[in-house]
Design a binder for this molecule. Structure first.
Ligand code: HEM
Ligand code: HEM
Length: 479
């Protein structure tokens, strides 16, 4: 079903594709979280799944991380793009048919075979590139299709009308298309430290040039749309954007501090990491100033997820800048501190932005079901679970790092970790899983059009001119 938006300024929004990607996002999220829970349990009960190769720790961890990045975040970002691109560009996306193909390819030719193959033991031993080469080839095709689907509307509109979300969308789509083959295919053919350098580059490009720009595009979009006020400073938006795209690629080697990669590359990455922290402070200051008046925990659920994600972005990035420094990295590298950082980043920042984007778009689909109570529960459960997991794993990391520095036998650090792993596997896991089940319930039950009614009664459901202050004189002269 395709809805023709009622308002003067918005062309066709493919609500069926928003919906399909949204549901796929939540289903793949729940599958990925299940893999995460099993992996966490196996650290406590090593015999769990013993003798069943597809249940082995390594394979499930691959399924967990690739599922989170491509299945959950990938689908959630596509859902948002189908809503936002027509509003931002004033043009429909390229083709509904292409959209159906992209959906099918992403879910049935990337996620499904990717998972089946890694669980069957066919994988690529490269971080954040674990799906095998044959699946990588399909991802590249899908990324080309995504570029064809979402980029032309912006170019047709004219570049002078681009709003900050549009820059991030264009940057994210173009850079992911370029860096994905570099990180997933090149290291296969470049052995040794040089291959590792490419791999490190990709690790940070994956989070910095795919996940972060898309998450920021959502945040920059939802804040003005839900508060109905323009973003605080266009200048700060621009500064943040250019610094991010300039600095992120330089950060890659901070994953290999104290490695055999040339020290000049390591030092460049360490300096770039500190500067990236400054960039994030600029971006977040602009976003928080744009949120002024909405409260620390805004009432609107989409805005609330997005605002909380913004805070997590600040915390995780300041932490990241610190842990890239040699003295800190020496103490925490390889420990659960880094796993805490990853979850705060991918779950706290990116997933809160993605969930906020989903809720925001869902509210504006006239035929979608919407259960405000379940969405409210989802928010609190995930916040509680994430904070517990973050504190728990950070402490675990400090204990592990200290024991290693003291030269204690390895097994001692494993024994000391047990209490923290119990809290993760039997505490935070279930809060997070419960929260995401609640989000699925929130977006699949409740009255049809409930979200639209709630928004229309409060701030008004019309797409707003203010979303692109001064830059997008929308048709009808609403700006
Ligand atoms: C200023 C910003 C940031 C800096 C300087 C930074 C720095 C770092 C460093 C140094 C590591 C490696 C730690 C180690 O292994 O010893 C790391 C790991 C990681 N970071 Fe960040 N980080 C930042 C923000 C982010 C954001 C925004 C995300 C996600 C959206 C993210 C996701 C990750 C992930 C997933 C890992 C683990 C990678 C792996 O080893 O598989 N980081 N970060
Ligand atoms: C119930 C929830 C979850 C549990 C129990 C869980 C558990 C785990 C475990 C045990 C690992 C491997 C850590 C290691 O190598 O020692 C892991 C890795 C990871 N998980 Fe989760 N996870 C959960 C949910 C999530 C969610 C929702 C996300 C993101 C949206 C996520 C993102 C990641 C990332 C990025 C890594 C890689 C960490 C790294 O390489 O540093 N996880 N998770």
């Amino acid at each position: 079903m395709t809805e023709i938006a009622q308002t003067r300024s918005v062309p066709r929004v493919e609500t069926t594709l928003v919906h399909a990607h949204g549901i796929a996002a939540l289903v793949t999220l729940l599958i990925s979280v299940t893999c995460g829970i099993i992996v966490a349990l196996q650290l406590l009960y090593p015999d769990l799944g013993a003798g069943t190769p597809w249940l082995s720790w390594g394979r499930l961890r691959y399924a967990h991380t690739q599922g989170i990045m491509l299945g959950w975040l990938g689908n959630a970002f596509f859902a948002f793009l189908y809503h936002a691109v027509p509003i931002l560009s004033g043009r429909p996306v390229t083709s509904t048919r292409l959209g159906r193909w992209l959906f099918a390819l992403w879910n049935f030719a990337v996620m499904l075979p990717g998972w089946v193959l890694v669980l069957a033991g066919v994988s690529q031993p490269l971080e954040w590139a674990e799906f095998p080469l044959v699946v990588d080839a399909v991802v590249v095709v899908a990324l080309v299709m995504a570029a064809v689907q979402f980029l032309p509307p912006f170019f047709a509109r004219g570049l002078e009308y681009l709003y900050v979300s549009s820059w991030y969308i264009i940057g994210g789509l173009v850079f992911t298309l370029l860096s994905y083959p570099m990180g997933n295919i090149v290291p296969e053919y470049v052995p040794g430290a040089a291959g590792a350098a490419f791999s490190g580059l990709w690790i940070h490009d994956a989070v910095g040039l795919f996940v972060t720009p898309m998450a920021l595009a959502i945040i920059y979009f939802v804040i003005p749309a839900a508060t109905r006020r323009p973003i605080y400073s266009h200048l700060l938006s621009m500064l943040g954007f250019w610094l991010l795209f300039f600095l992120y690629p330089l950060n890659g080697t901070h994953h290999y501090v104290f490695s055999i990669i040339p020290m000049s590359a390591q030092l460049t990455a360490i300096a770039a990491s500190a500067l990236l922290g400054v960039d994030v402070i600029i971006v977040v200051a602009n976003l928080l100033l744009s949120l002024r008046g909405a409260g620390i925990i805004p009432k609107d659920p989409g805005l609330r997820f997005v605002a909380t994600g913004t805070w997590f972005y600040l915390i995780v990035s300041v932490q990241g800048s610190m842990q890239a420094q040699m003295s800190v990295n020496q103490a925490v590298h390889f420990t659960d501190w880094v796993v805490a950082h990853s979850h705060l980043a991918m779950l706290g920042f990116a997933s809160f932005a993605a969930a906020g984007g989903l809720v925001h778009t869902w509210q504006r689909i006239p035929w979608a079901r919407y259960n405000a109570r379940a969405i409210n529960h989802a928010y609190w459960l995930v916040v509680a679970g994430l904070l517990l997991m973050f504190v728990d794993l950070t402490l675990a990391g400090l204990v592990q790092g200290q024991l290693w520095a003291d030269g204690a036998p390895w097994i001692e650090s494993v024994q000391a970790s047990r209490v923290y792993w119990v809290i993760r596997a039997h505490g935070s896991s279930w809060l997070i899983a419960g929260g995401f089940i609640s989000l699925l319930v929130g977006l699949t039950t409740g009255p049809v059009g409930g979200g639209l009614k709630a928004v229309a009664d409060s701030v008004g459901a019309e797409p707003i001119a203010q979303i692109a202050p001064k830059l997008v004189p929308l048709a009808g002269g609403a700006a």
